[in-house]
Design a protein around this ligand. Sequence first.
Ligand code: FAD
Length: 461
Amino acid sequence: MKTVLVIGGGITGLSAMFELHKWKKTNQSNVRLILAEASSELGGKIRTVKEGGFVMEAGADSIVARKANAMSFIEELGLDDEVVYNAAGRSFIYTEGGLKQIPADAVFGIPTSIESLAKTTLISAEGKVEALKDFYTKNDSFTKNDSIGDFLEYFFGKELVEKQIAPVLSGVYSGQLSDLTIASTLPYLLDYKKEYGSIIKGFEANKKKFQSGSGKKFISFRSGLGKLIDAYEEKLENAEILKNTMVSKIEKVEERYQVTFQNREIIEADFIVMSIPNTEAEKLFIDQELGKGFSQLKNSSLISIYVGFDLPNSVLPEDGTGFITADSKNILCNACTWTSRKWEHTSASKNLLVRLFYKSSLPSFGELSKMNEEELLQVALTDIGKSLGITADPISKEITKWTDSMPNYLISHPHSVEELEKKFVASYPGIMLAGCSYYGVGIPDCIENGAKVAGEIIHSL
Ligand code: FAD
């Protein structure tokens, strides 16, 4: 009898196990399916916390609707009736001590028409004139492996990139624009430059693709994103789900693998899905070559702070759903989502709930990361006071430190992953890397990757 072990019960591991489980059932196979999860709960970076009448997400809060709707997992898990969409609203940038609106038709802060550029209040007249370079500067040298920051600055100038595009784009792709490639962010901008001679003209010609009509671009579930995790768990009745089970060592013994759990129990497996962060995967092998490979992958940190108030949503700027900070002289947070405005299901009483993000790129992050919850709450309350003018006492909070656990896809990332894959194929056949550390951080990417890895194992079973 063959054994497949999935290590890590985040969304990637669950998706892999779901596919393996379906196959086992359909084919009446006697394959043994085991999922080992270190923590007492499944979900990893998806964890819903309910408190004080609020629904808060310790990690991920939503799924890109366009991607989710093109996949089958919602239907397969019977979640159609649970889906909720974000409320469309205006986004702001906090700059020069106040909130300024991001032009409504901008995509990741990039103007999509000449009017959008003309109307923005975020940059100076000189900055706007400089950005017109996009219309008359050809792309002679940039390829998809160049930095998206250099590319945008070359055609739009420094001011537009620094004040309007970088705050949005760095937030979405978690990194400095100089460290991110065109390929891993907005590869279609190269096509626009080639086809239309201008990025703005490219957006104008492809307007329809970016108009979501209602602006409802993200989904979650009525009782929070944790519903997705519960739905997967409920479907896995023929798999052994071992919680509080941390894998501490993997050794190759002839054609199989000997896997040691932290409680010293040992099992043997024929195939292993490594759906755990690279920092954890690295610890499981006594192998210098693998160690070198894993160390090429980089992660950053983030602190998420929710604060709930006994105040109505109407204290917020009208129609607004949050802001991104462009200059951190006055406030510390990188961004603030007005959660109860953006997601109706998060606050049944319609009381105000906001979420602040603090990233490790902040000069003060070292200090923040050492603070306890009470100190962090005070930092958040100061930022809320300065940006929104709210000085009321909070009624709820949820603070999560994500230390070294946000993957950064640097320019070298694809090459580093490829090298690591080669090492596994050569020395550890049957062990598959999976998940956000390697193949995409978005939940749909993780689900797709889990299913793909499961498919490869099924092929060999
Ligand atoms: P993880 O969720 O990290 O799961 C790995 C699991 O492995 C964990 O449960 C862990 O306990 C377990 N584990 C670790 N070591 C061991 C071991 N030795 N033995 C056994 N088990 C082990 N994505 C979106 O699409 N939308 C969002 O809105 C969004 N927002 C985010 C906000 C934050 C704050 C964070 C942190 C991430 C966000 N993401 C978002 C990204 C997304 O949540 C993750 O990329 C995805 O959930 C990762 O899933 P995973 O299964 O690959 O890894």
